[in-house]
Design a protein around this ligand. Structure first.
Ligand SMILES: Cc1cc2nc3c(=O)[nH]c(=O)nc-3n(C[C@H](O)[C@H](O)[C@H](O)COP(=O)(O)OP(=O)(O)OC[C@H]3O[C@@H](n4cnc5c(N)ncnc54)[C@H](O)[C@@H]3O)c2cc1C
Length: 425
């Protein structure tokens, strides 16, 4: 190994490759900044691939009655994402799969009138419409269904394809970092830098701005620099996954008496094509403090009550305990908006949490605005660190990890298209 550290300069060094870091890397690269992103595990780990992929305009936040700051800030986001998904926005998401171009809100019979009254004003805005019984999604097309059902014109995206798309757009910019071989530093002027020991060379990474977008990892990164602010909060969930036999994809919230949906269902596929419902909402919030067996029992009970006509006797169940990482709010409530701020006591560090997948574009807008306000413009040409560091890989989804397939996706596909008489001789 060469003794003298190799100094490498970037405009921006982003730490953490979830939706926040990847979206920001896309925007920054498009704006001409030289960018390196450093990921500790795999791109999309932690919250992004664990999300339900719902890009919503905040309608569910209005369940409490009044429009809060969150619902106002988030309202524009579906339109922003749609433009990106068509290749006409500030980030090209043409290779991201849309799982659904709408999702449903339904409530049991006794809550129907409350929901109807609440949504009536939104219907006139054209974003929500009541669903006629003939047009119900297959899962709810049963004579026992006796609730009110509305359709929201918001989208659900396939998070793995989003991460792959965002990563592809910034190919050559996302590197694996092993913190047992790396260290953040802050000098007396508050200038942050990063040293990484590789087998060939010690690298010293300098940047006009370091940006921490490591989700729950932000706290530990700040700690490395002896910083406590901005402070973070963690709100735990325990999601439930059901691998089942029904060919019904469904995306929606079932509303109960609380302001959080009683149950949120999204639908996903395993590489071999089998179906998984991913259950969140109040169930996952209550489940955070239960054992996996208890939350699975609660989930079974909820499904039996809400869709009793669906037989889940042969379903396989698993849970995902996970924490939502956000900037600290008084009373640990949900933050209203994406959040990014310069870290006090440093000269070149920003720290951010999008607080929602939906709000990743908003976080990137705010970050670029902070850079512009600080007079930071693209001025350093890009260096590819691949001679020293491996490229970061894509993470697996929670359902792939929970229900590992005996077959690879290619094998499963090959079997589905097998000639009928191939095995017969
Ligand atoms: C169960 C669940 C469901 C959700 N559903 C939705 C939804 O339907 N719609 C919606 O809008 N939002 C949803 N969210 C919220 C949304 O997923 C998150 O707000 C968003 O994904 C956060 O993105 P992020 O990039 O900040 O963090 P993360 O996705 O957590 O990414 C952080 C990345 O940083 C990496 N990292 C961590 N520490 C380090 C380190 N020291 N060095 C380098 N890298 C590091 C991690 O490995 C990871 O890749 C959901 C969240 C959860 C938990």
């Amino acid at each position: 190994m060469s003794q003298a550290p190799l100094r490498v300069h970037f405009d921006l060094a982003i730490i953490g490759g979830g939706v926040a870091g990847l979206w920001l890397a896309n925007r920054a690269k498009n704006a001409g900044f030289s960018v390196a992103l450093f990921e500790a595990k795999a791109l999309g780990s932690d919250q992004t691939l664990a999300s339900q992929g719902m890009i919503h305009g905040g309608m569910k936040y209005t369940l409490a009655g009044a429009l809060t700051g969150a619902s106002e800030a988030i309202a524009e986001m579906p339109r922003h994402w749609r433009a990106c998904l068509c290749g006409e926005g500030d980030v090209n998401l043409r290779h991201t799969r849309i799982l659904s171009d709408h999702f449903f809100m339904w409530s049991g019979d006794d809550l129907g009138s409350k929901l109807t009254g609440f949504l009536a004003s939104k219907v006139t805005r054209g974003r929500v419409e009541p669903v006629h019984p003939d047009r119900r999604p297959p899962l709810l097309r049963h004579s026992l269904f006796a609730g009110s059902l509305y359709r929201l014109e918001d989208i659900v995206i396939d998070a793995p394809s989003l991460v792959a798309n965002l990563a592809h757009n910034v190919e050559g910019h996302c590197f694996q970092i092993d913190w047992s071989q790396a260290q953040l530093h802050k000098n007396a002027e508050g200038v942050v830098s990063l040293s990484i020991t590789t087998p060939e060379q010690v690298l010293e990474i300098q940047a006009q701005r370091f940006i921490f977008t490591a989700g729950k990892g932000n706290a530990e990164l700040l700690q490395q620099l002896g910083l406590e602010s901005p402070a973070m909060q963690l709100r735990p969930l325990q999601q439930v996954m059901v691998k089942h036999q029904h060919p019904f994809d469904f995306y929606g919230h079932c509303l109960g008496r609380e302001t959080t949906p009683r149950l949120t269902i999204s639908s996903h596929r395993l590489p071999d094509g089998s179906h998984v419902w991913y259950l969140g909402g109040s169930l996952a919030e209550k489940g955070a403090h239960m054992t996996p067996a208890e939350v699975i029992e609660l989930a079974r009970h909820e499904l039996e009550e809400l869709i009793p006509w669906v037989n889940l006797d042969h379903a396989e169940w698993a849970t995902l305990p996970i924490e939502r990482a956000e900037p600290l709010q008084p009373g640990l409530v949900r933050p209203d908006n994406a959040f990014i701020t310069p870290a006090e006591g440093t000269a070149n560090l920003l720290v951010g949490w999008p607080t929602k997948l939906t709000l990743a574009p908003n976080l990137a807008n705010q970050a670029l605005e902070l850079l512009a306000n600080a007079g930071i413009t693209p001025s350093i040409s890009h260096t590819n660190l691949h001679d020293y560091l491996a490229y970061a890989e894509l993470a697996k989804t929670p359902w792939e990890l929970a229900f590992p397939s005996a077959q690879s996706a290619e094998e499963a596909l090959a079997l589905r298209f097998r000639e009928p008489d191939e095995d017969d001789n």
